[in-house]
Design a protein around this ligand. Sequence first.
Ligand SMILES: [Zn+2]
Ligand SMILES: [Zn+2]
Length: 197
Amino acid sequence: MKSFKEVVGFHGHSCPGLALGYRVALAALKETGMERTSEDEELVAIVENNSCAVDAIQVVTGCTLGKGNLICRNYGKQVYTFIKRPSGDSVRISIDFTPPPENREEEEIWRRYREGDRSEEVQKIVNMKKEKKTQAILEAADGELLKITRLMMPLPPFARIYQSLRCEKCGEKMAEPGARLRDGKIVCIPCAERDER
Ligand SMILES: [Zn+2]
Ligand SMILES: [Zn+2]
Protein backbone atom coordinates (compact mmCIF):
# COMPACT_ATOMS: atom_id res chain seq x y z
CA MET A 1 0.00 0.00 0.00
CA LYS A 2 1.34 3.42 -0.93
CA SER A 3 2.05 5.88 1.85
CA PHE A 4 0.92 9.50 1.77
CA LYS A 5 4.58 10.43 1.52
CA GLU A 6 4.93 8.49 -1.74
CA VAL A 7 1.85 10.26 -3.09
CA VAL A 8 3.37 13.64 -2.17
CA GLY A 9 6.53 12.55 -3.97
CA PHE A 10 4.57 12.05 -7.17
CA HIS A 11 2.40 15.17 -6.86
CA GLY A 12 5.18 17.56 -5.86
CA HIS A 13 3.63 19.04 -2.72
CA SER A 14 1.40 18.16 0.20
CA CYS A 15 -2.06 19.77 0.14
CA PRO A 16 -5.62 19.17 1.39
CA GLY A 17 -6.84 18.09 -2.06
CA LEU A 18 -4.18 15.42 -2.29
CA ALA A 19 -5.08 14.19 1.20
CA LEU A 20 -8.74 13.90 0.15
CA GLY A 21 -7.78 11.87 -2.90
CA TYR A 22 -5.59 9.65 -0.75
CA ARG A 23 -8.45 8.91 1.63
CA VAL A 24 -10.81 8.19 -1.27
CA ALA A 25 -8.28 5.82 -2.84
CA LEU A 26 -7.71 3.89 0.40
CA ALA A 27 -11.46 3.55 0.92
CA ALA A 28 -11.91 2.41 -2.68
CA LEU A 29 -9.33 -0.38 -2.30
CA LYS A 30 -10.88 -1.45 0.98
CA GLU A 31 -14.45 -1.41 -0.33
CA THR A 32 -13.64 -3.29 -3.52
CA GLY A 33 -11.40 -5.71 -1.68
CA MET A 34 -8.49 -4.90 -3.94
CA GLU A 35 -4.93 -4.04 -3.30
CA ARG A 36 -3.24 -2.18 -6.10
CA THR A 37 -4.43 -3.84 -9.27
CA SER A 38 -1.93 -6.34 -10.54
CA GLU A 39 -3.49 -6.80 -13.92
CA ASP A 40 -4.26 -3.84 -16.12
CA GLU A 41 -7.78 -2.49 -15.98
CA GLU A 42 -9.12 -4.71 -13.20
CA LEU A 43 -10.32 -1.54 -11.58
CA VAL A 44 -11.67 1.46 -13.44
CA ALA A 45 -11.99 4.87 -11.80
CA ILE A 46 -14.36 7.59 -12.94
CA VAL A 47 -13.35 10.91 -11.41
CA GLU A 48 -15.61 13.97 -11.56
CA ASN A 49 -12.94 16.67 -11.24
CA ASN A 50 -9.37 17.30 -12.30
CA SER A 51 -8.00 18.49 -8.96
CA CYS A 52 -4.90 17.51 -6.95
CA ALA A 53 -6.94 14.60 -5.56
CA VAL A 54 -6.77 12.74 -8.87
CA ASP A 55 -3.01 12.35 -8.58
CA ALA A 56 -3.47 10.44 -5.33
CA ILE A 57 -6.10 8.23 -6.96
CA GLN A 58 -3.67 7.35 -9.75
CA VAL A 59 -0.73 6.53 -7.49
CA VAL A 60 -2.67 4.50 -4.92
CA THR A 61 -5.16 2.60 -7.08
CA GLY A 62 -3.07 2.23 -10.24
CA CYS A 63 -5.95 3.64 -12.30
CA THR A 64 -4.22 6.06 -14.62
CA LEU A 65 -5.14 8.30 -17.51
CA GLY A 66 -2.47 6.74 -19.70
CA LYS A 67 -3.69 3.18 -19.19
CA GLY A 68 -7.24 4.22 -19.97
CA ASN A 69 -8.68 2.93 -16.69
CA LEU A 70 -9.09 6.42 -15.29
CA ILE A 71 -11.91 8.37 -16.88
CA CYS A 72 -12.31 12.06 -16.12
CA ARG A 73 -15.82 13.49 -16.34
CA ASN A 74 -15.13 16.94 -15.13
CA TYR A 75 -18.32 18.05 -13.40
CA GLY A 76 -16.30 19.90 -10.76
CA LYS A 77 -17.58 17.50 -8.10
CA GLN A 78 -15.69 15.62 -5.42
CA VAL A 79 -17.19 12.31 -6.50
CA TYR A 80 -15.31 9.16 -7.45
CA THR A 81 -16.71 5.89 -8.75
CA PHE A 82 -14.68 2.68 -8.91
CA ILE A 83 -15.83 -0.22 -11.03
CA LYS A 84 -14.46 -3.72 -10.75
CA ARG A 85 -13.98 -5.79 -13.85
CA PRO A 86 -15.48 -8.09 -14.85
CA SER A 87 -18.27 -8.15 -12.25
CA GLY A 88 -19.35 -4.50 -12.44
CA ASP A 89 -19.41 -4.29 -8.63
CA SER A 90 -18.92 -0.62 -7.95
CA VAL A 91 -18.45 1.83 -5.18
CA ARG A 92 -19.32 5.52 -5.38
CA ILE A 93 -17.47 7.77 -2.97
CA SER A 94 -18.38 11.39 -2.47
CA ILE A 95 -16.52 13.69 -0.15
CA ASP A 96 -18.51 15.51 2.47
CA PHE A 97 -16.09 17.14 4.84
CA THR A 98 -16.59 20.06 7.15
CA PRO A 99 -13.23 21.55 7.96
CA PRO A 100 -12.59 22.72 11.51
CA PRO A 101 -14.17 26.15 12.15
CA GLU A 102 -12.04 29.26 11.73
CA ASN A 103 -11.57 32.07 14.16
CA ARG A 104 -11.87 35.75 13.29
CA GLU A 105 -8.14 36.15 12.77
CA GLU A 106 -7.97 33.20 10.37
CA GLU A 107 -10.93 34.50 8.37
CA GLU A 108 -9.18 37.84 8.06
CA ILE A 109 -6.03 36.16 6.73
CA TRP A 110 -8.08 34.22 4.12
CA ARG A 111 -9.75 37.44 3.05
CA ARG A 112 -6.37 39.07 2.48
CA TYR A 113 -5.10 35.96 0.63
CA ARG A 114 -8.14 35.90 -1.67
CA GLU A 115 -7.61 39.56 -2.43
CA GLY A 116 -4.10 38.80 -3.62
CA ASP A 117 -2.03 39.54 -0.52
CA ARG A 118 1.06 37.31 -0.81
CA SER A 119 3.08 38.94 1.95
CA GLU A 120 5.29 36.70 4.02
CA GLU A 121 2.96 37.04 7.00
CA VAL A 122 -0.12 35.94 5.04
CA GLN A 123 1.71 33.19 3.14
CA LYS A 124 3.09 31.69 6.34
CA ILE A 125 -0.30 31.49 8.04
CA VAL A 126 -2.03 30.18 4.92
CA ASN A 127 0.57 27.42 4.59
CA MET A 128 0.17 26.53 8.24
CA LYS A 129 -3.58 26.34 7.86
CA LYS A 130 -3.33 24.18 4.76
CA GLU A 131 -1.04 21.83 6.61
CA LYS A 132 -3.49 21.71 9.51
CA LYS A 133 -6.36 20.91 7.16
CA THR A 134 -4.30 18.21 5.42
CA GLN A 135 -3.61 16.57 8.78
CA ALA A 136 -7.28 16.78 9.79
CA ILE A 137 -8.25 15.02 6.55
CA LEU A 138 -5.65 12.28 7.01
CA GLU A 139 -6.83 11.65 10.57
CA ALA A 140 -10.62 11.92 10.10
CA ALA A 141 -12.78 8.80 10.40
CA ASP A 142 -14.22 7.52 7.10
CA GLY A 143 -17.71 8.53 8.24
CA GLU A 144 -16.69 12.15 8.82
CA LEU A 145 -15.19 12.43 5.39
CA LEU A 146 -16.75 10.09 2.88
CA LYS A 147 -20.18 8.99 1.75
CA ILE A 148 -19.83 5.51 0.35
CA THR A 149 -22.49 3.82 -1.76
CA ARG A 150 -22.28 0.41 -3.37
CA LEU A 151 -23.87 -0.08 -6.75
CA MET A 152 -23.65 -2.01 -9.97
CA MET A 153 -22.33 -0.17 -12.99
CA PRO A 154 -22.20 -1.11 -16.65
CA LEU A 155 -18.60 -1.82 -17.59
CA PRO A 156 -16.90 0.92 -19.56
CA PRO A 157 -15.27 -0.34 -22.75
CA PHE A 158 -11.61 -1.26 -22.67
CA ALA A 159 -9.17 1.35 -23.84
CA ARG A 160 -9.43 1.28 -27.60
CA ILE A 161 -6.64 1.43 -30.06
CA TYR A 162 -7.40 3.85 -32.83
CA GLN A 163 -6.20 4.18 -36.34
CA SER A 164 -3.80 7.05 -36.90
CA LEU A 165 -4.59 9.70 -39.51
CA ARG A 166 -2.55 12.58 -40.86
CA CYS A 167 -3.96 16.12 -40.77
CA GLU A 168 -4.14 17.54 -44.27
CA LYS A 169 -3.36 21.03 -42.98
CA CYS A 170 -0.49 20.80 -40.49
CA GLY A 171 0.70 17.34 -41.50
CA GLU A 172 0.78 16.05 -37.92
CA LYS A 173 -0.75 12.73 -36.93
CA MET A 174 -3.79 12.22 -34.71
CA ALA A 175 -5.87 9.32 -33.43
CA GLU A 176 -9.11 8.82 -35.34
CA PRO A 177 -11.51 10.36 -32.74
CA GLY A 178 -9.49 13.58 -33.03
CA ALA A 179 -10.11 13.89 -36.77
CA ARG A 180 -12.52 16.50 -38.19
CA LEU A 181 -13.80 17.02 -41.68
CA ARG A 182 -13.50 20.59 -42.98
CA ASP A 183 -14.17 21.51 -46.61
CA GLY A 184 -13.63 17.92 -47.64
CA LYS A 185 -10.26 17.72 -45.85
CA ILE A 186 -9.39 15.56 -42.86
CA VAL A 187 -7.90 17.89 -40.25
CA CYS A 188 -6.92 17.82 -36.57
CA ILE A 189 -9.00 19.67 -33.94
CA PRO A 190 -6.55 22.59 -33.49
CA CYS A 191 -6.55 23.20 -37.25
CA ALA A 192 -10.36 22.90 -37.40
CA GLU A 193 -10.75 25.38 -34.55
CA ARG A 194 -8.26 27.82 -36.06
CA ASP A 195 -10.49 27.98 -39.13
CA GLU A 196 -13.58 28.68 -37.08
CA ARG A 197 -12.11 31.71 -35.36
ZN1 LIG B 1 -1.91 19.87 -4.70
ZN1 LIG C 1 -3.60 20.00 -38.14
